[in-house]
Design a protein around this ligand. Sequence first.
Ligand code: ME8
Length: 516
Amino acid sequence: MTTPRHYLTTPIYYASGEPHIGHAYTTFLADALARYHRQAGHRVHFLTGTDEHGQKIREEADRRGVTPLALCDEMAGRFRDAWSELAISHDRFIRTTEDEHKVVVQAFVQRLHDRGHIYAAEYEGWYSVHEERFFTEKELGPGNTDPIAGRPVERIRERNWFFRMSAFQEDLVRHIEENPDWIIPEIRRNEVLGFLARPLEDLSISRPRSRLDWGIPLPFDEDHVTYVWVDALINYLTGSGAIDPSAPEDARGFEDTSGSWWPADLHLIGKDILTTHAVYWPTLLMGAGLPLPRQILAHGWWIAGDTKMSKSLGNVVSPLELRGHFGTDAVRWYLLREMPVGGDASYTPERFLSRYGELSNVLGNLASRTLSMVVKYRDGIVPEAAGGGLEAEAESALAAFHRAMEARRVHEALGQAMDLARAANGYVETREPWAQARDEARAEDLDETLVTLVRTLVLLSAMLSPAMPEKMLELARHLGFEAVPTLPEAQRTSSAGTRVAKMSALFPRTEFPGAD
Ligand code: ME8
């Protein structure tokens, strides 16, 4: 049997801004799925990175008085550091200014050109620097602004290269209709189908160098650079290792991607970049004759309180600042647990504390009381006994957990694990181990209670480690493991005879600085 494989991607984030909780959310989601699959023994390739070309970067670099590359070097470092502090386990961090990527982009557009899907034409339209794209007259907001960010648009007339996107409209619609889970959740799939109900225009894939020099030159026209979105989307292909531009033309990998990670199994994105991923990208791949990604998950939007987060409003929530007060895993837990995958969510300090409270009062409490009872009543050695009553709960929580993870409903999977921890706390209350301990005749009952609680914790450490790798490692170590057990290991383990250690609070009670 071949080992299942998963190639997971996040968007590559613009190297013009700081990482915030929106970027962290997508990246946590990908990380939790990557860890979940690795834990099952599957092969995983997890790609993230930074988007470093285009007008947005050029303008930010000019604003700061540095070269675009100097800006990108700094910001790519910032993202890398953030992901390392937040325990992201990516296998590859891609930068679109890398040589490897540049040659893959050139090979890709050359191939589209060779296959007759690219033509040059004069174009006039409304261009938004902020969104880096043209809008039609009808799409414009009041006072000639772009309909997404409300920024001013410019009237531009220029000769550009176009990709015959319209030629692939029918094939794309058929693909979406034949594969109901290709775009999830369904609301996003319907949005794309709605968009495709109108005739698709061709896509301008170049920018004249005279207007914008910060991009990858087209191989067949030195006076133009590749449109940043085309450049950016191709990162997924570069990161897969499918294309070897140094190979002879007929052996570059376009005809056969089987030795690489391509096609991606899952593109994780926010709903803001759905059209580029579900329309531009698949049609470009069709044009190049490459297989399509297997699934696209477009999640919802984080706002701060009831306001959109923005640099100008100064209300951008920093995951690193939260980490400074509460630790990496608390931030991961909050974002992953709070937002129903696909829906929107609002960050508030109150909600953060309430989710943190769940960690300390339910999970942390279960761990510290269980471990201290094993130490107090059984000298730290887990007794030998049959399970005593939580097996059915554990089994059904685990089955629901797997179902939810497979459906990419990570928040729901985590909810299942937390409900099991709650049930275990309830079990402590009903079993009253302190009363069992006072009565010699009930020694076996106490053994049963303790072993049941320890096994539940072992299982919880495995279920929760994709979301909270650091804290679950700490917990697993106190439970006598060297590393977090995999789920099958956790299910097999009897724990009898294992030496466990008391633990100080897994999630110490804490507040935001400055709170009373
Ligand atoms: O769009 N809520 O980069 P970007 C939820 N470079 N998710 C959010 C968010 C929020 N408030 N803010 C950002 C780009 N995100 C392009 C992508 S990919 C080939 C090129 C997340 O830095 C979400 O994943 O603007 C969103 O799609 C992405 O960051 C946009 O990041």
